[in-house]
Design a protein around this ligand. Sequence first.
Ligand code: SF4
Length: 325
Amino acid sequence: MPKVGITTTIPVEVVYAAGWQPVDLNNSFIASSNPRLLVEEAEMAGYPRNICAWIKGIYSTVRKDEQIKTLIAVTQGDCSNTHALMETLQLTGINVIPFAYPYDRDYDMLKLQIEKLMEAFGVNWQQVYEARQKLNKVREKVRKLDEMTWRSNLVSGWDNHFYQVCCSDFNGNPEEFNKRVEDFLKGSNETAPKQEKIRLGYIGVPPICDDLYAYLEERGARVVYNETQRQFTMPDSVGDFVEQYRKYTYPYGIFYRLADIEREIERRNIDGIIHYAQSFCFRQIEDLIIRERLSLPVLTLEGDMPNSLDARTRMRVDAYLEMLR
Ligand code: SF4
């Protein structure tokens, strides 16, 4: 099965329909044995210090994995740095397939982009819909896991994050991932409900630090809503394939995302919001809109390199939770 790297969630059904294996490079980078080293290696190759660590990690991940010779790069709707990322990878011989989410969610433009992707992988609509049918069965189970997080309090914030974030590429093996989710659901159903008093929402890109969720739970708060990660499960999946990726909020600007966030805050009975902003990310600017629009207390956390929470961030989290209590 040939591998294709993806820089963020794309219509992954196309890749599976073609018999290729997608690799979400973000997940691959952060789950590697030494993600910090990958960032440093990109810097040694010439990446500037003041560029987001995710981009540098993705660059080194592709360079290291000899099986990845093709990359689907999302040039609109994800990251302003992806253009340069794909160019530096093209320089090393990687074949790049660009994919663009239209900013205004234009149906025809999105359909055209999906069809161009299908052409690149040599698949037709029937094959794509067949692949979707299989993936939707897994997505349904992960959506159940999400519901078990906020409705029956049986799932931790980290597990909610992890299983949803894996839905970008299904860990490259939907059958195996499906089994893992089933086992997890079974185990969770047999545990006692969690007792944390403070219910939090997490919005923004997934965190680069690995202990945020655990730290919050240690302090009596639990994330019951992971905004971007939840979107990877296509929660508003509909019959039409193009429409599915129109309803997927992440690539379409902050106001469309906020409508989803506000709905979920209400539905999940959330006390406060953590907005995670990555150092050197253009999305940090959106923090001012988020603060203006949301009526709940918002704590903005910034992360830079892959590591654990630093003392200053822990103190800010503590003060925020005290205020919510
Ligand atoms: S965190 Fe921001 S700058 Fe970094 S890869 Fe994601 S969108 Fe790009």
